[in-house]
Design a protein around this ligand. Sequence first.
Ligand SMILES: Nc1ncnc2c1ncn2[C@@H]1O[C@H](COP(=O)(O)OP(=O)(O)O)[C@@H](O)[C@H]1O
Ligand SMILES: [Mg+2]
Length: 227
Amino acid sequence: MIRFSNVTKTYPPDTHALQHVSLHIKPGEFVSIVGQSGSGKTTLAKMLFAEEKPTRGEIVIGDWEIHKIYPWQIPQLRRQIGIVFQDFKLLQRKTVYENVEFALQVAGESKKRIKEVIPQVLKIVGLQDKKHRYPRQLSGGEQQRVSIARALVHRPKILVADEPTGNLDTIHAHEIIELLRKINDYGTTVVLVTHDRDIVNSLKKRVITLADGKVVSDVECGKYHIS
Ligand SMILES: Nc1ncnc2c1ncn2[C@@H]1O[C@H](COP(=O)(O)OP(=O)(O)O)[C@@H](O)[C@H]1O
Ligand SMILES: [Mg+2]
């Protein structure tokens, strides 16, 4: 469960990135957050993993009160929330396998657990056969799949993806969206930030539209209707 209650975010001195945002996302939902550049989408996404705190208002994610979270609690929170970015953020000197392994190592997982989990997540994203490749030896779509595999290592309840298809061509973009859909079918809540009209319209899922930091529409099976 994700709940924003009257959330306002002001970046000093006076950029009102989000204004009085209230929303509720139920476990297992697939929600797209859309809006023009600068409308506050990334700010909203960052609050889901406590990269930013609200200036005013409350954010509750499961048992966590993000507006009150202490820095030492943040790593714990981030194990329950998978994060995917537009630019993949892979380690170039590590293979596919090692990129995923690293995420588990920094979280202090045992060798046994690491050996168990890596094949599972590589299977979900369909990269078992390419596990010894380096990022530069993969297509953009494959690199994004590695970053999704890495986001899944702790079996997160929520996956937040900020413009995950922004660097991809149409075919790879749709592959990534299908993968997010599959992950959602397994029960993970997916919050997808995007400005890709075709993707939003083909998803036929809930769409929350932001404009100037405000929620201007929130519809089930929504269409992208920004001019
Ligand atoms: N760290 C920051 N410091 C100051 N202003 C910021 C910062 N991050 C974003 N902003 C501003 O907040 C507004 C919303 O930005 P953002 O959330 O990135 O929107 P979007 O992802 O929809 O493009 C924009 O006006 C942007 O310039
Ligand atoms: Mg953004």
